[in-house]
Design a protein around this ligand. Sequence first.
Ligand SMILES: [Zn+2]
Length: 524
Amino acid sequence: MILSSLKHRLIVSCQAPDGDPFRDPDSMARFAEAAALGGAAGIRANGPEDIRAIRARVDLPVFGIQKSIASDGRVLITPSVKSAQAVVEAGASIVAIDCTARGRRYGAFERLREIRNRLRVPVMADIATVEEAIAAVEAGADTVASTMRGYTDETAGVTRFEPEFIAELVRCVPVPVLAEGRVSTPEEAASALRAGAHAVIVGTAITAPRRIVQVFAGAMDRERRRLVTGQVAGIDLGGTNTKYGLVASDGRLLSEGVAPTPWSAGREALLGHLKRIARECVEGGGAASIGIATAGWVDPSSGEVVYATGNLPGWTGAQIAAEVSEAVGLPVAVENDANALAVAEFRFGAARSARNFVVITLGTGLGGGCYIDGKLNHGSHFFANAIGHMPVEPDGAPCTCGLRGCLEAYTNAAALLRRAPQFANAEQLIHAANGGDESARAAISAQAVYLASGLAAVVQLLDPELLVLSGGLVQNNTLLLTRVREELSRRLTVWDQRRLEVCASGLGYHGGVLGAAAVAFERC
Ligand SMILES: [Zn+2]
């Protein structure tokens, strides 16, 4: 009866913790009155004193609870029949109790039955999982609420409101489902109804002025740092060296540094290394945020390394953004290094006016980053853009990745030097080619044939307007660019209509730092 009057309506939770300026029954009653005037259909409240004050002021049904400290030192919702009786006598129309696995260890189901039988009021089960909801309904709960999701040991990883969890509850239990817990915006409340919620309970977002102010002040703090400093720190964690610096919003490098990467020392040492550099950047001149580019595949939303090769042992699973952000107290964005370079070209470099382009880095390895319709492409599992490991020779030369015939194995520095072994390094070889040395020129031409074969596949798939080549093997190497253009024109359909540009990156030695900074400018 009470529940049917609440269908698709808003219930406002009016509670304040001890020490809060609003922690008194009269304040809670005023919040309830404002909620009623604003259109709420029900109130959730804690303790007989608050409930009595609220009932004296508003005529809405009250979901009553009694928060108490249990023997394990943590809060338990309505721990005894006596406490339930007190809130019902104060005017609650329905009683909520903790029916999580922990709540059950404190006898939740026996209490649930006794409250229904003796006090003759419906019982709402506060739960955190589907299994807990099903068990509570079997024990007689009249309704379930997602209140405890994210607040139990088993669900501690949940940090946001999940409409998909509400939808699953609706599928699995035959009683009305109330959405409660971390509903922080009107849009989320509406999404709960779309997911099938019977009603939505909102607390903190409406009745906790202190928290609401914190949210506003926090957002303004971040913007103020941006306005005042106008600069971010970029850190490029490479396999050998870590380059870093402060970067202005127009891409100017304001300061720079380099430190050897402790690549073999494991995850904690690498994180410590990044934190030290981040602190140095922040203390050295003030940064609004920090961008980090790293080898390995990265989940850009969490800033976690989802996979790294043996070049950085232990790096898989590193929570870079969370760790560094906590250490320096600034927002941190993390991206794969080749992807970060693409962001730098898009923001500061050759691709500023491009929508579809591919950046290729050519040195010890071959990496890439690609933009599709103005957005960096990550793929479904963050593994996209592994251009170096596209096959160009079936069962060909072995590659560092463990496969054979990869583009990287035919185009990297080692492959180039194998074609002209008289040169000590790639720089010497390129210098000799520029001076007319025939064997050096032949080595670069052979490299260009393979590079163009791989890039032709990329171009056929994506139809970009621009290819940006960067990295050590592209510096001062106009022969490579010319030969790649020639080879591409022979290998691509409708070449004349594509107007595909192939250029060398202008970002130079600090491209990786600019990339990390560009990621920070875009995401923090
Ligand atoms: Zn490979």
